[in-house]
Design a protein. Structure first.
Length: 368
């Protein structure tokens, strides 16, 4: 893995966020390109640098522009960060890709994001250029929180290569949480294992606008913690019969668990939003169009009005330890790139709208 990473990420084997062009910056700020040119004359925002005859900005500098132009979309000081869990029973449904791409998209829109990788395989960690087996120890993961050695996740947070995103890593050692949590519950009947992560994120909710949690492909102790900590849930769901059947089982089991763990104790769990995201969609596949209809009938308004296509762009990006946002424009077929990028842009836009609505609801509740 180390050799592969060195080959993919020369010369320093360290990932870097791509630069942002003037057209991209205007799009992120939600203004016409002429507004960017005018604002440059005022000299109060980073001026970028000239590369040939075009101007470009680092991702860090671009975020400064975006936060200035999109102030009405930023988290109000009185509101807490929104926690979103990306979950599904099955592997291979694009959970990790959706999590990391959403984190990048929200960071580009000016938000401060924390990604918590809870999958012992560490796929999200790998996409951030960190090798789970070689570069991640207990203190870099949520393991110390689950074992009771730490009370919040602050100890494990590390910065990432992408400006605006911090990371809590995962590694195979995180499998230990599946033994540590029930052991703590046995020792202390008053301990609520399902609230461990929720409480451990309280401090992070003050520091971050959005917390994104990537989960293992199972309804495990760790996944239950991730769901109980969430304000919103995103379920990536490819339009295949097996994936659709598995998703129904997921909600059945989770509902049963809620009844056993939460409602039996006189408590309840509600989500601000639940999104079903059609992922890995092949428009030419006739069978998938039938299943797509099943998904729409079963989940109705919970299905996001966007489909993430299965493209060569995604395959190319993942082969290079990245996402569609890591690829520089012009590196592959322009039309295919635009189709994939536009779909993820729209996904980020739709999720951001729900996040802003959660903050507005919080402020409303605070009114006397």
């Amino acid at each position: 893995m180390g050799q592969i990473r060195a080959a993919m990420l020369p010369p320093a084997s360290i990932k870097q966020a791509p630069p942002v062009s003037a057209a991209q910056l205007a799009e992120l700020c939600g203004v016409d390109k002429s507004r960017i040119a005018y604002r440059l004359t005022r000299g109060d925002l980073p001026g970028g640098s000239m590369v040939g005859n075009r101007r470009e900005w680092s991702m860090e500098d671009a975020r400064t522009w975006v936060r200035d132009f999109r102030q009405e979309h930023m988290r109000p000081a009185e509101a807490a960060g929104t926690t979103i869990t990306v979950a599904n029973f099955k592997g291979g449904v694009a959970k990790t890709t959706s999590t990391v791409t959403l984190a990048q998209g929200l960071a580009m829109r000016g938000h401060r994001v924390l990604v918590v990788d809870l999958d012992p395989q560490g796929s999200a960690t790998t996409l951030f250029g960190v090798l789970p087996d070689a570069e991640v120890d207990h203190e870099h993961t949520a393991m110390l929180l689950f074992s009771g050695e730490q009370e919040d996740l602050d100890y494990a947070v590390r910065s990432s290569y992408w400006p605006g995103i911090d990371l809590v890593c995962a590694a195979p050692l995180l499998f230990g949480a599946e033994f540590a949590l029930p052991a703590r519950q046995t020792r202390d009947p008053g301990f609520e294992f399902w609230r461990c992560l929720d409480r451990g994120l309280d401090k992070a909710r003050l520091d971050y606008d959005v917390i994104l949690i990537d989960t293992p492909p199972a309804l495990s102790y760790v996944t239950i913690n991730a769901l109980m900590a969430a304000d919103g849930v995103i379920m990536p769901l490819p339009p295949s019969a097996l994936d659709f059947a598995s998703s129904a089982q997921f909600w059945d089991l989770f509902s049963d668990l809620c009844n056993q763990l939460i409602r039996s104790r006189g408590q309840d769990k509600t989500f601000e939003f639940i999104d079903v995201l059609l992922s890995r969609v092949e428009p030419s596949d006739a069978a998938s169009s039938v299943v797509r209809q099943w998904v729409l009938e079963a989940y109705t308004e919970k299905v996001l009005p966007i489909e993430i296509p299965k493209t060569s762009v995604a395959a190319t990006a993942s082969a290079e330890f990245g996402t569609v946002y890591d690829l520089p424009r012009g590196s592959i077929n322009a039309r295919t790139f635009a189709r994939a990028r536009d779909a993820f842009d729209r996904m980020c836009e739709l999720v951001e709208q729900q996040i802003v609505a959660v903050w507005a609801a919080q402020l409303e509740q605070m009114k006397p």
